[in-house]
Design a binder for this molecule. Structure first.
Ligand code: FAD
Length: 481
């Protein structure tokens, strides 16, 4: 390793290249473009998304959804045996095999074949253009920090001593915890609470805000709230967990809702209260990189840090912590760092989705944001119960809501709630990125019957508003003639 590192050190002095921490996308693209690239990983290639985030969570959500569907099967006229049950260890085994299969794309072998030098170890800057990995020194012309984030630890007395789950260990569970307390009603808490509840955990969500999924529109969160009630999840809003103790092997958690105090006894506590950037140990001071302990590495519009040679991407610097925003920001870094590009982060249109059932997906701005920016906004909403395919599928909960700039057909944003909202939001995102307005969207022929027709219906609703009384009377006269 030391010898290999020394070779790198020499070649790096001559070549223009990108030294990057972790981000596989950037490493692949930069190497494919001919840059000399090293990638440093201290734990597992693939990061949170593959190992303890998107991939394992979606694999278990799929199993929970299937089980829920089987329980409702009689509503579709399908008889299922009365003794169906979930084999939790088989669910977790499938999740592991899904993860293993997807991990092949992120393997060290694939990276090496693509021309990327992979170093395993902790990266630590020792200067403005040098860093070490386990005693090996690497010199870089350009570097990207993509060290991600980790779950924060809520400061609840007794929690650490009692033991608790986060996304880092919940996917290692061998047995289904029942009952389960989920602290935090954000996307992570909601997705996993619903999955575990459907597997059979008696699940409680405690959220210290008056609403869960606080970022989303209220009518969207309300539909999910109704779905949670059907799943038997107990949602306690305005509720703080204030103390944890262990008695007879159970975790007793004191909850305070306004002035009302109660205690719940659970097998496990899962926290999903926020993320902290992974900046410790990087010795950013030596690199001259400014950071903020809460928000991570400070970057300008072009993702450049206070050290002009060093860029950042992904969770460690972005407000929107998603795999696709990490991916998109890493691509910007490759362009800006290696090709003197000036692509700003603000040029990106980033959708997102919470993969509950129904899913809640969003892109662009919310009405409240448009108002804050003094933009006149109009909205068309199409409930899923008006969409033939949603009726046929028995998936009528939800809506497509498209916001556009008044007086134009320019789409400002959209929220979709539905079984397949995450798939459906991509059409609106495409329209926004390509500058396609509602007028054109109304002309796009959608296959019948699909739930995505809801988007076309919203666009049709816009087109109908173009029929002003004078145009209508003109048309009437033309037809009479
Ligand atoms: C339960 C859960 C579900 C999620 N589901 C979704 C989803 O459905 N869709 C979605 O878009 N997003 C989802 N996310 C978010 C997504 O996982 C993250 O936004 C994404 O992984 C961020 O990518 P990243 O490259 O910035 O960081 P990471 O994927 O965290 O990668 C950072 C890597 O850097 C390494 N590292 C850190 N410090 C050092 C160091 N000093 N030296 C060397 N290596 C270091 C780490 O080991 C890690 O491998 C989910 C997250 C969680 C927790």
């Amino acid at each position: 390793m030391g010898k290999r590192g020394a070779r790198h050190f020499k070649s790096r002095l001559a070549a223009a290249h990108l030294q990057q921490l972790r981000e596989l996308v950037a490493a692949h693209s930069a190497a494919a473009l001919g840059a000399k690239v090293a990638l440093i990983e201290r734990h597992l290639l693939g990061g949170d998304c593959l190992n303890v985030g998107c991939v394992p969570s979606k694999a278990i959500i799929r199993a929970s959804q299937l089980y829920a569907e089987m329980r409702y099967a009689t509503q579709y006229g399908v008889q299922v045996p009365s003794d169906i049950h979930v084999d939790f260890s088989a669910v977790m085994q499938r999740m592991r095999s899904v993860r293993a299969r997807i991990s092949r794309a992120d393997s060290a072998q694939r990276l090496t074949e693509a021309g990327v030098d992979v170093f395993f170890g902790e990266a630590r800057f020792i200067g403005t253009e040098t860093l070490t990995v386990d005693g090996t020194t690497l010199r870089f012309k350009k570097a990207m920090i993509a060290t991600g984030s980790r779950p924060d630890t809520p400061s609840i007395p007794g929690l650490v001593e009692a033991g608790y789950l986060t996304n880092e260990n919940v996917f290692d569970l061998a047995e289904l915890p029942r009952p389960l307390l989920v602290i935090g009603g954000g996307p992570l808490g909601c997705e996993l609470a619903q999955a575990f509840s459907r597997f059979g955990s008696k699940t409680i969500i405690a959220q210290n805000w008056p609403l869960f999924l606080p970022r989303e529109e209220r009518d969207a969160a309300q539909i999910l709230s109704d779905a949670f009630a059907r799943d038997g999840i107990e949602v306690r809003l305005n509720t703080r967990a204030v103390n944890v103790r262990v008695e007879d092997g159970q975790k007793l958690v004191d909850l305070v809702s306004d002035d009302f105090k109660s205690t719940v006894a659970v097998d496990a506590i899962l926290t999903g209260t926020g993320r902290e950037p992974n900046i410790e140990g990087l010795n950013l001071e030596a690199a001259g990189v400014h950071y903020d302990a809460d928000h991570g590495i400070c970057v300008n519009h072009f993702l450049q840090t206070s050290n002009r040679r060093i860029y950042a991407a992904g969770d460690v610097c972005l407000e929107h912590k998603f795999t696709h925003s990490a991916d998109a920001s890493a691509r910007i870094v490759v362009r800006n760092a290696l090709f003197l590009g000036r692509q700003p982060l603000s040029a990106l249109t980033i959708p997102w989705c919470t993969y509950t059932d129904p899913q809640i997906a969003h892109v662009g701005c919310y009405v409240r944001q448009a108002h804050e920016e003094h933009i006149s906004v109009k909205t068309f909403t199409v409930p899923m119960h008006d969409v033939d395919r949603a009726i046929a599928d028995g998936e009528e909960a939800g809506f497509v809501k498209i916001h556009f700039k008044e007086g134009t057909d320019r789409i400002l944003g959209a929220t979709i709630v539905g079984r397949h909202a995450g798939e459906m939001i991509n059409e609106v995102t495409l329209a926004m990125v390509a500058g396609i307005g509602l007028r054109t969207l109304a002309h796009v022929i959608h296959a019948y019957p699909t739930q995505a027709e809801a988007t076309k219906k919203a666009a049709d609703a816009y087109n109908r508003t173009r029929l002003t009384p004078s145009i209508k009377s003109l048309l009437r006269r033309w037809l009479q003639w």
